[in-house]
Design a protein around this ligand. Structure first.
Ligand SMILES: Nc1ncnc2c1ncn2[C@@H]1O[C@H](COP(=O)(O)OP(=O)(O)OP(=O)(O)O)[C@@H](O)[C@H]1O
Length: 355
């Protein structure tokens, strides 16, 4: 078993300005293994940024223990803490580049004041600019760059101190979908080729789905669900997780669209609207058509979608089933082990959908 490079124990962060008390993070225990890409998802104000700032003690916790790379950070001297922080790089939504310095100047900056020769500094920064695909931009100033290029500079700068951990705080939130995909691909390369553990904060399940291996879902300062991305994605338990997953697969929009034209209350007694999820091999087996033949039920497909999550196929389908519903539901419930999950869409499910 690989060891946890980040071990947060019983973390709470409370802000109290004398007028208002905010419990930004509560009861968080989180272990992240070396080499993982770990996503933390939640809506605005959930406590994500506060929690990741605890990892390098930029935000000291009110209670709890922070162990990074085997070091209990709260016990370190200021000098040792400064040293430990060099092993944790950060990138942000708004890049935080210095406009007065060139691209190369920005990447070199964290090395100033370190015992490393000018040539070596420059060579290292140029190596990283090559890694992020900006060799030709070394002498350009940031205001001449696109958002995606600025984030590439920020990634090179974050890597220049040889971190073992890279924290990405909404790093793709200001970028268009194509640039987002390119930056996520770069982060994946950084993880794979340099072995850097990545902790990635986002409010988009799409981002988690693209590159993360594990995910924690946060609400009101707490982790409400966590696990391998494929598992959380295919069988979400907390209502908030269901909401994130259904938004990213377009299932929620599809259910809303379908139930606008087909009134659930007008379905016949032998009809049900059912959302199916197929995981892994079950995406290829034509299970529903087989069942429809065996049980003599009619399947009217209204929506279908297939996705790749952490290398695994995941399919979604919404259909009206007509016929012996008891036999059909018993048959599909028994297929959970084969990766088939179903949910009956009733008025309550539709009402519970957050816009
Ligand atoms: N320095 C601070 N002083 C007081 N309250 C704070 C401080 N920093 C954060 N908070 C509050 O703590 C809560 C969690 O904020 P945090 O920024 O960690 O959430 P988030 O999930 O990262 O959201 P966002 O994506 O909007 O940044 C919020 O209610 C926020 O207003």
């Amino acid at each position: 078993m690989t060891e946890a490079i980040i071990d947060l124990k019983d973390i709470a962060v409370t802000f109290d300005d004398g007028h208002q008390v905010v419990h930004a993070v509560q009861d968080v225990n989180l272990q992240i293994q070396t080499g993982d890409i770990y996503g933390i998802i939640g809506y605005s104000g959930a406590g994500k940024s506060t929690l990741v700032r605890v990892i390098n003690l930029l935000q000291p916790p009110t209670t709890g223990q922070v162990v990074v790379n085997g070091q209990a950070l709260q016990t370190l001297s200021p000098a040792a803490l400064r040293q430990a922080r060099k092993h944790v790089g950060m990138i942000f939504q708004h890049f935080n580049l210095m406009q007065s310095r060139t691209v190369l100047g920005n990447v070199i900056y964290p090395l100033l004041g370190q015992k490393i020769s000018k040539q070596d500094r420059r060579a290292k920064a140029l190596r990283l600019l090559k890694l992020v695909g900006l060799t030709d931009y070394a002498q350009i100033y940031p205001d001449k760059l696109s958002g995606g290029q600025k984030q590439r500079v920020a990634i090179a700068r974050a890597l220049v101190t040889d971190p073992q951990i890279l924290i990405s705080d909404e790093a793709t939130s200001a970028l268009d979908p194509k640039t987002t995909a390119a930056i996520l691909e770069l982060l994946q390369r950084v993880n794979r080729e340099l072995g850097i553990t990545i902790v990635l904060i986002t409010h988009e399940m799409q981002v988690i789905k693209s590159i993360c291996h594990h995910v924690a879902v946060m609400a009101d300062g707490r982790i409400v669900e966590r696990g391998p991305v494929a598992e959380v994605f295919t069988a979400p338990k907390a209502p908030l997780t269901v909401d994130f997953v259904e938004t990213s697969t377009n299932v929620r929009a599809a259910i809303q669209r379908i139930t606008k034209t087909i009134k659930l209350s007008e379905l016949a007694a032998d009809q049900e609207l059912i959302a199916f999820k197929f995981v892994g091999q079950s995406t290829k087996q034509g299970i529903v058509s087989q069942l429809s033949q065996t049980l003599g039920v009619d399947v009217n497909i209204l929506f279908a979608n297939i996705d790749q999550i952490d290398g695994q196929n995941v399919g979604d389908m919404i259909a009206i089933i007509t016929g012996d519903l008891t036999a059909f539901n018993t048959a599909v419930t028994n297929m959970a082990a084969q990766g088939v999950h179903t949910r009956i869409i009733n008025e309550e499910v539709v009402k519970g959908m957050v816009d």
